[in-house]
Write a protein that binds this ligand. Structure first.
Ligand SMILES: Nc1ncnc2c1ncn2[C@@H]1O[C@H](COP(=O)(O)OP(=O)(O)O)[C@@H](O)[C@H]1O
Ligand SMILES: [Mg+2]
Length: 245
């Protein structure tokens, strides 16, 4: 099994959207996926087309109580950030061993920095969605400083909700590109179909199969997939040409 952590220093950048679509994309590609949200209140289930009143059960509970969508097991562990037994439980369940075709996607809300860092240290990948907005950029130097040298070894960035018809968004995106270098693995366009699908209680792929955001997030899943078998993501390992440069 492999653990993928989705966490951003800023709320509202699409961490739950990315977690859901990563889970859906990896399940489509044949992985056995569990997606876990640790937010007290969260909207993860809405991205699967579920109604707001859906209650997700805890990990480790009876499998007949599981909410399963498109083969994905959806779980809610709001106490995980303060539960000293959460990490050992993941180890016992085998989620800290990459390469077995089973995957856990962990959706961590932005305020849980310390928990996200602890989990990222054990994960095969950390995906960090950012929006191309100045207040998000303002948080990045602090995030890089806190992570320290090597602290971002498993981290890849994604620009989400990008509207490149707006000049400021284009400039902010260029700045993120410069700062993140090859750790920036893609961008997802701002797309009204995303909230519309939620309003219609439908998964995005059913509501708007030709959605721009859906095409973009699928490209990102294709880039992430090799990391499941390799704890050091291939896309951040220096290539022979960059080593030579
Ligand atoms: N690419 C996108 N285009 C349009 N809206 C988006 C996109 N990604 C996410 N959203 C919307 O942005 C809001 C925040 O997304 P969410 O995944 O809940 O963020 P977070 O989990 O980081 O707080 C939601 O209303 C979601 O539907
Ligand atoms: Mg969220």
């Amino acid at each position: 099994m492999a653990l993928i952590v989705c966490h951003s220093p800023k709320g509202g950048t699409g961490t739950s959207f990315l977690s859901a679509h990563l889970a859906l994309g990896l399940a489509d590609a044949g992985a056995d996926v569990t997606v876990v949200t640790v937010a007290g209140r969260d909207t993860l289930a809405l991205h699967f087309g579920l109604p707001p009143a859906t209650t997700l059960n805890a990990l480790g509970g009876p499998s007949e109580d599981a909410v399963v969508v498109s083969g994905i097991d959806l779980r809610h562990m709001p106490k995980a950030p303060v539960d000293p037994d959460f990490m050992p439980m993941l180890g016992d369940l085998g989620y800290l061993e990459p390469g077995t075709g089973r995957v856990m996607v962990l959706d961590v809300p932005s305020n849980e920095f310390a928990f996200a860092r602890r989990m990222t240290n054990q994960a095969c990948a950390h995906l960090c969605p950012l929006d191309a907005a100045p207040d998000t950029l303002a948080l990045l130097p602090q995030m890089f400083a806190e992570a320290g040298k090597g602290g971002l070894a498993h981290t890849s960035f994604v620009i989400n909700r990008l509207d490149d018809t707006r000049r400021l968004a284009r400039h902010n995106a260029a700045f993120i590109r410069e700062l993140c270098g090859q750790r920036l693995i893609g961008r997802i366009r701002l797309d009204e179909s995303v909230p519309e699908a939620i309003a219609m209680l439908q998964p995005l792929a059913r509501y708007a199969p030709s959605s721009a955001a859906l095409a973009d997030v699928r490209r990102i899943v294709d880039i992430v997939r090799p990391a499941l078998d390799n704890p050091v993501p291939a896309w951040i390992a220096p290539t022979s040409s960059s080593r030579a440069a």
